[in-house]
Ligand binder design. Structure first.
Ligand code: C2E
Ligand code: CA
Ligand code: CA
Length: 549
């Protein structure tokens, strides 16, 4: 009998797989050679101490054990560069009395089949080995519950333009990026950290507040990224939510951290943002539905304001730009930036814009055959309109319906509008021009690849916005650029409208540079319809077609 026991022990000791057995008092009694090599363990060690610092602590919690969830389980963990599948089993006698806990480690590095096991997928992100979204919530919740006195942060990351990175460099390169970020997180990970890839290019990490310092984090991220040498520069955003309210649920916690990122997204100067309550109210206010918009249109809450366009030379009024406003019953008068970006995201912009064009055409039809018949109206066309609707048919349909002809409705498109599917847009723009419409390139110089769009699209008028130059660090340089753009437009026989003109100095400068038209607070802010007649009455009316040459 004695020698059989010895044989048993000898066999276990020489097994290739690390094996651990804890007794019913949770004391480590068996720990073979492979285990001692792989893990920092020693006989007599307490289970509690052993699992700290390992993901086993999430599995072997007192509650889960009481609920019988740990009778038999598997878990994959990374140790060093290798991956192990741990089989855990509670040892019981015939009467089901608990004798102890057996843990066997299997090296599954490179074993795609094993990694594919259902157990793995149920809890893990297959690429990085981090918890997946579902399991992360469970693990994070548990960690918070187990550590009521520790302060925690929820930190999330988002890679700027990751999709583009993927599209251009391929999925493999994209995966490499994700793996290197996961590696960075793993390298820093400490006790009580719960790490997850919650989808796409987003990681979420729950960490004790005391482990966090912004400067160190950024230093670390940016030095690590610089070592990678990708063909495209990567910019990683970090959103931080300090967990003040533990009742909100883990999903809301990382959601809030993402809201923080949204507030700086697109700004390459910024990298970290912290959640504050005002962000949530912004989101709540943005949550319009299609019904809200339809209702608003029916109740005529959506209106246009008119901002004059003036010929510099003789200060004649040429027409107006129609700018949308929403007279919201509870929120007051809303400027376009409070709802247009959202409507562009959810596609409702097509409906809204059509409504605005309809109002503009109706106004033009009122002016037709009166002394205001020379005035023009410009409407804005969103990039999305080219794809969401039959833009050509809609616009032509409107002018036909109101019998206004094409001379007085001007169409403002932005350069960025041309970035999506240039061929399709060019074709539509050309057809509209051939039909007789004047197309204006809005915000020239601020969008995507300005010169490129200038080369491809034969717009009739160029609009530049002074605000982009006001922000310049070097005013002399800004002046030179404006001057050159005006000269360039001249060579292309494109009259220029300078927008955002607020001062007499600006006006004089633009006039000296040969700019033909201006629009801006210097003459008037966008005004509601009921102020129009009075404003028009004070000005001499010019003719747009003359300026167009
Ligand atoms: P935008 O087409 O570049 O319109 C010019 C914006 O500059 C207007 O802001 C106008 O109020 C503002 N502005 C004009 N003069 C001055 C000035 O002297 N100083 C300053 N600081 N600002 C001036 P608004 O009305 O808030 O419109 C913002 C943007 O919203 C527009 O920029 C346009 O891109 C978009 N938008 C407006 N109406 C519509 C619409 O009906 N459909 C679509 N798709 N977009 C619209
Ligand atoms: Ca515009
Ligand atoms: Ca503009």
């Amino acid at each position: 009998m004695g020698s059989l026991k010895k044989l048993n022990e000898f066999a276990i000791d020489h097994m290739m797989n690390p094996v651990l057995v804890f007794d019913h008092m949770e004391i480590l009694q068996v720990c073979n050679m492979a285990a001692s090599e792989l893990l920092t363990v020693h006989k007599g060690m307490r289970l509690y101490d052993f699992i700290q610092g390992s993901d086993l602590r999430y599995i072997l919690t007192p509650e889960r054990r009481k609920q019988g969830k740990t009778r038999e389980f598997t878990l994959t963990i990374a140790i060093g560069k290798k991956e192990y599948l741990i089989h855990g089993q509670e040892l019981r006698d015939e009467k089901s009395k608990y004798l102890g806990l057996l843990l066997i480690y299997n090296d599954i590095s490179g074993h795609e089949r094993l990694k594919d096991e259902a157990t793995y997928h149920a809890t893990r992100d297959p690429l990085t080995g981090f918890w997946n979204r579902e399991f992360f919530s469970e693990m994070a919740e548990r960690t918070l519950a187990d550590n009521p006195d520790t302060e925690f942060l929820m930190i999330v990351t988002d890679i700027n333009h990751f999709k583009m990175f993927n599209d251009i460099l391929g999925k493999k390169a994209g995966d490499e990026v994700l793996l290197s970020i996961a590696g960075m997180i793993k390298e820093k990970s400490r006790s009580l950290w719960v790490t997850s890839r919650i989808g796409g290019d987003s990681f979420a990490v729950l960490i004790p507040k005391s482990d966090y310092e912004e400067k160190h984090l950024l230093n670390y991220i940016n030095t690590s990224l610089n070592q990678q040498n990708y063909a495209l520069k990567l910019h990683i955003y970090v959103g931080v939510y300090e967990i003040k309210d533990r009742s909100v649920g883990v999903e809301s916690m990382y959601d809030r951290a993402f809201m923080a990122i949204e507030s700086i997204k697109g700004d390459m100067q910024q990298q970290v943002a912290y959640y504050d309550e005002s962000m949530r109210s912004v989101r709540l206010r943005e949550a319009y539905t299609v019904d809200d918009l339809e209702g608003a249109l029916q109740k005529k809450e959506v209106v246009i304001f008119f901002q004059p366009v003036v010929e510099i030379r003789n200060e004649r009024l040429l027409g107006f730009e129609a700018l949308v406003r929403w007279r919201h019953p509870t929120r007051g008068l809303l400027a376009p930036n409070e709802f247009i970006p959202l409507f562009e995201k959810n596609g409702m912009i097509a409906r809204l814009d059509y409504y605005v064009w309809d109002l503009a055409c109706k106004k033009l039809s009122e002016w037709k055959d009166t002394e205001l018949g020379q005035l023009s109206l410009s409407v804005n066309i969103s990039a999305k309109d080219f794809f969401l609707s039959d833009l050509y048919a809609n616009i032509v349909g409107l002018v036909d319906h109101y019998k206004i002809g094409t001379d007085h409705l001007k169409l403002e498109i932005t350069e960025s509008a041309l970035a999506l599917d240039i061929e399709k847009q060019l074709e539509i723009v050309n057809r509209l021009q051939e039909h007789g419409f004047i197309v204006e390139m809005d915000d020239f110089g601020s969008g995507y690849s300005s010169l490129n769009s200038l080369k491809d699209i034969m717009a009739d008028v160029m609009k530049i916005d002074m605000k982009f130059f006001e922000e310049a660090r070097d005013p002399k340089r800004a002046r030179l650029i404006i001057e050159s753009v005006i000269e360039l437009a001249g060579k292309l026989h494109m009259p220029i409208i300078a927008e955002g003109v607020e001062t007499g100095e600006q006006l004089k400068m633009l006039k000296d540079m040969g700019c033909q038209m201006v629009q801006g607070y210097y003459y008037a802010k966008p005004m509601p319809e009921d102020e129009l007649i009075e404003f028009i009455g004070k000005h001499e009316i010019g003719d747009m077609r003359e300026v167009m040459g």
